[in-house]
Design a protein around this ligand. Structure first.
Ligand SMILES: *Cc1c(COP(=O)(O)O)cnc(C)c1O
Length: 227
């Protein structure tokens, strides 16, 4: 695809996603301004992020520290862009992550929080919560949230803003909806304002259940490389 064609396609997809967000917000009686669209750009090159930026997108989600490390130099002049780490973070990459990202959405242990804090940069942090017993998923158990929240709040460089979750995959958003409701309830209990939940196929259910941040990849950029 030429750059020109790709830009037109992206523009159309962005309009469609925007319409879905607005419709869901209207149904839920929520203002559109409460919802931040995070464009998930894993496996796409920096030039795709630049095109999304040129269309007005300012929040981007990346999954891998190393991958984003290689793209970041080509994005240094994108003023006002905010990059969220939405993939699992190992403690030994915490320092690098703190230098590359403005928001770490996947804090899930006290050890990781301490490592992020030690990097010495002001960072917004969300806690990834694991709401199902799926083996492969990372995230903090709901029972451990209280202690983890206290630990993060005691870190001078970290500002805890909310919770994030990745529910078990289902093509039926109604199967996923109870997980969204559960995350909202946990955030309410702990006095946390932000909720990062909902992806391309279930963003409506997430918005109806209170999402403040939705993470959308495929619906904007098409299918990803499989490797
Ligand atoms: C890849 C990814 C997304 C985006 O998923 P799509 O279905 O492509 O919209 C959202 N959140 C996380 C954590 C992801 O890894």
């Amino acid at each position: 695809m030429s750059g020109y064609t790709r830009n037109t396609v992206l523009r159309e997809r962005l309009e469609q996603v925007e319409e879905r967000i607005q419709n869901a917000a209207r149904r839920a009686g929520r203002p559109r301004s409460e919802i931040t669209l995070i464009a998930v750009t894993k496996k796409f090159p920096a030039e795709v992020i630049r095109e999304a930026y040129s269309l007005g997108l300012r929040h981007f989600g990346e999954n891998y520290v190393q991958e984003f490390e290689s793209k970041q130099p080509a994005l240094a002049d994108c003023r006002g862009a905010e990059f969220h780490l939405i993939g699992h973070l190992q403690s030994n990459k915490a320092r690098a992550a703190a230098e590359l990202f403005q928001v770490i959405e996947t804090a899930d242990s006290e050890k990781l929080a301490r490592r992020l804090d030690a990097a010495g940069r002001p960072l917004e942090v969300m806690i990834e919560v694991k709401l199902s017993s799926e083996e492969s998923k990372s995230g903090a158990a709901p029972e451990s949230l209280g202690a983890l929240i206290d630990a993060i709040r005691s870190c001078r460089n970290l500002r805890l803003s909310g919770l994030m979750t990745i529910p078990p995959w289902s093509e039926d958003p109604e199967v996923t909806r109870p997980y969204f409701a559960k995350l909202r309830e946990l955030a309410r209990q702990h006095g946390l304002p932000k909720l990062s939940m909902g992806m391309s196929h279930d963003l409506e259910a997430a918005i109806e259940e209170g999402a403040t941040h939705i993470r959308v990849g495929t619906a904007l950029f098409g299918p990803r490389r499989k490797d």
